[in-house]
Ligand binder design. Sequence first.
Ligand code: AR6
Length: 196
Amino acid sequence: MSTGRGDSSEMVSFQLSPSSFLKIQKGDITQWSVDGSSDAIVNPANERMLGGGGADGAIHRAAGPELKAACYEVPEVRPGVRCPTGEARITPGFNLPASHVIHTVGPIYDVDKDPEISLRNAYRNSLRVAKENNIQYIAFPAISCGIYRYPYDKAARVALSAVKEFGSDLKEVHFVLFSDEIYDAWLNKAREMFRD
Ligand code: AR6
């Protein structure tokens, strides 16, 4: 386990179960992969699921245009909605190092009636879809913590409790976090909730 600070390659591990680990690191989720055949990154998408800004834009650029074509193929559940808030859908990763992308939609913090439940559902359903597709390794960004404005400390608690409850069927659940502030929020909360 690394406990140094400020290095983008730094990763801190926590045990979820005897055979399952939580790993928290700083970095760019578009570069992440563990084994390239049973791994997935989670895309913080919008309900249309055809790309956007933030991590969604970066993931689509890195995956290449085939990702958008695969997203088009996901059936709409109502006009303009492929993935309702709190749900998750899976596609291949195309040019990404990770083999799959699990698209989920977190709540817009100031708009959602119950953002905590929606955020928890986004994590829970992403983990469920991973398990259903035999994914062993998954990497999450801080869903809703950018354009959707979820406060970091509150988001860290929801994210980590969902992983504590639903993540131990996978071998490794990673958080790949873009900023020092978010990384610190996640690490502080994880140290309260898990033994490293
Ligand atoms: N790797 C890891 N984290 C990243 C990366 C990256 N390459 N790029 C950004 N982040 P956001 P949201 C962080 O805004 O709040 C899109 O337009 C970012 O710093 O990507 O769920 C969608 O289409 C932040 O901490 O997602 C939706 O419309 C976190 O990822 C909307 O934004 C999430 O920020 C979703 O908003």
